[in-house]
Design a protein around this ligand. Sequence first.
Ligand SMILES: *[C@@H]1O[C@H](CO)[C@@H](O)[C@H](O)[C@H]1NC(C)=O
Ligand SMILES: *[C@@H]1O[C@H](CO)[C@@H](O)[C@H](O)[C@H]1NC(C)=O
Ligand SMILES: *[C@@H]1O[C@H](CO)[C@@H](O)[C@H](O)[C@H]1NC(C)=O
Ligand SMILES: *[C@@H]1O[C@H](CO)[C@@H](O)[C@H](O)[C@H]1NC(C)=O
Ligand SMILES: *[C@@H]1O[C@H](CO)[C@@H](O)[C@H](O)[C@H]1NC(C)=O
Ligand SMILES: *[C@@H]1O[C@H](CO)[C@@H](O)[C@H](O)[C@H]1NC(C)=O
Length: 629
Amino acid sequence: MGGRLLCLLLMGTLCPRAWADPSFAIDYDRNCFKKDGTCFRYISGSVHYFRIPAAYWRDRLLKMYMTGLNAIQVYVPWNYHEPQPGLYAFQGDRDLERFLDLTSELGLLVIIRPGPYICSEWDMGGLPAWLLNKKDIALRSSDPDYLNAVDSWMSVLLPKLRPRLYNNGGNIISVQVENEYGSFPACDYDYMRHLHKIFRLYLGDEVVLFTTDGNTHNELKCGTLQGIHATVDFGPADNATKSFELLRRFQPTGPLVNSEYYTGWLDYWGQNHSSSSAQLVSRGLQDILEMGASVNMYMFEGGTNFGYWNGADFKKKYLPITTSYDYDAPLTEAGDPTEKLLAIRAVISKFLSVPLGPFPPPSPKYDYGVVKLQKVGNLADFLDIFSPGCPTVTQYPITFEDAKQYFGFMLYRTRLPWDTPDITSLTDPFNGVHDRAYVTIDGSFAGVLERDHIRTINVTGSAGEWLDVLVENMGRINFGSYLSDFKGLVSNLTLAGDLLKDWVVYPLNIDGPVAEGWPHGGENNILRGPKIESNTGPTFYMGTFQTAARGDTFLKLTNWRKGQVWINGFNVGRYWPARGPQVTLYVPGSILSTKDYNNVTVLELESAPSGFRAFLIDRPILNGTSQAV
Ligand SMILES: *[C@@H]1O[C@H](CO)[C@@H](O)[C@H](O)[C@H]1NC(C)=O
Ligand SMILES: *[C@@H]1O[C@H](CO)[C@@H](O)[C@H](O)[C@H]1NC(C)=O
Ligand SMILES: *[C@@H]1O[C@H](CO)[C@@H](O)[C@H](O)[C@H]1NC(C)=O
Ligand SMILES: *[C@@H]1O[C@H](CO)[C@@H](O)[C@H](O)[C@H]1NC(C)=O
Ligand SMILES: *[C@@H]1O[C@H](CO)[C@@H](O)[C@H](O)[C@H]1NC(C)=O
Ligand SMILES: *[C@@H]1O[C@H](CO)[C@@H](O)[C@H](O)[C@H]1NC(C)=O
């Protein structure tokens, strides 16, 4: 204020630029962004704080700065921050404001994408699964129940962003409204208008708001809105001239922006690893920059879908996304520079001055050797630990959402209604196993049912024996029409054609006890259940390793089938080398200890190899052979 007053007194002639209020806007006459009064374009990269341990945020951002980027682009996943309605999480790895502080300290501008829907190959595209408590909710539309939940979340999130907007002295230059809404069949303009209104309410009239859509007429038609700057997304294989010509039909003037220029692509379990050449990506980037456009590279650093956070696509069948979100991006999942990064940096240096000085080297990777595991016991032996409350007794199965358990695993238990000495089919007639079920009879593993793949298995047993169906939620669909992706047994199972009834359903909180030290904390937990000799069916294993040096490593579970793994209580993610293509899991050094034993807990769902050995190696393997079923 004082500076401004002085400016007025000196009639502006002696007023240094720094004294002017910072401003960021769109110049529709000169087709550029206008930053502090001059034409500006950004060269940005996407990085997701929710896919990187907080300890490494600064490292990744510094490397992006050193590449020559002047901005980063980031999504905010609603479901990560509001796990239950009205309950908010912004600490540790969820500390969005700390992440934004780091971008500012490093002199990077921020393009923020607060959703409410983000896609991002993230569970349910970032929407909280608790929205499905209302079964017929119309997501991403003007359904009042959906809008009420959105409004209440935005009333918490957007006020945190407001002081960080460029015009308010911060480093956020623009804010995306929704995400690729034109790809969603609803095409509900009232919904987009509502979002526009609340973004303006909390962020003010000055801030640059934008939409992003695919490079087709229909996507731009339903995704753009009067008064919001339209941008497009396309990859190196697309014709940039043509994509921008199409954008011009919806955004006749103002800066041209590609909000998602694809540096690589995601992986699905059971499909080949995706990669794209450094040459193709850097050449396409040069084309865009030569046209004077602004660009964001998606992804610049992909990171990891730790825990249960991966999403899934639906293309004729359910396709879950791998734990790794390496994306073949310029920085690897572990934050190391690649040949692609250097090629991109060389292109950027033709347009902007790239910071001098040595590029930060790759961080050391460690081969900690073999971890010998031992069997703890079958999952069903620990129900009092994972499901201490009362189970739900129900005639027909309920969903995860009914039980208000949104992630992980639930156990459905009933008794065999009659003797089945001969082979009998246990069937999922309505394809309602969401998404994979591990069946045991009287403690013996009987097989797997899998959504869209395995609809029936043969079983035998005697009347009254326990039939256990452990159902795994493998990640909610994040794109397209099937966002209301309920989990668990969403329809009935049959035995020899008869409906199975009278279930006892156990919600399972495995992560809580494991984070608190189970089973390592209590040796007497080990093998205290009824001794089952075989190593098949859902079973826990544990092991430890020690190290004097702390750094990143990669867990390789050779000849194990499928499951979940925790290290020192941190959920490292799903492994499924039997399906591929991902073979190793990224283990960030930040979760390891040099003082204490490091504790490895494995939940193997199908069968463990003899010897129970795991390996910690010094390089990732993401391109193993894929085994589609
Ligand atoms: C790209 O599209 C433009 C405009 O539609 C066209 O003139 C040009 O030939 C295309 N380039 C290629 C390589 O197809
Ligand atoms: C996957 O890779 C294998 C081995 O390189 C190849 O034979 C196969 O055609 C690929 N599948 C697809 C769908 O591209
Ligand atoms: C079940 O058993 C029958 C009879 O032996 C056999 O024909 C069928 O292929 C088996 N089904 C499965 C899914 O294994
Ligand atoms: C199971 O079948 C019963 C009887 O037809 C039906 O009432 C119930 O809705 C079904 N349950 C599910 C989860 O489909
Ligand atoms: C591993 O478990 C042991 C036994 O509960 C515990 O004392 C130790 O602190 C744990 N290690 C780490 C790194 O958390
Ligand atoms: C996987 O990638 C590595 C390193 O790029 C390469 O050496 C190897 O041949 C690839 N393996 C397969 C199966 O494609």
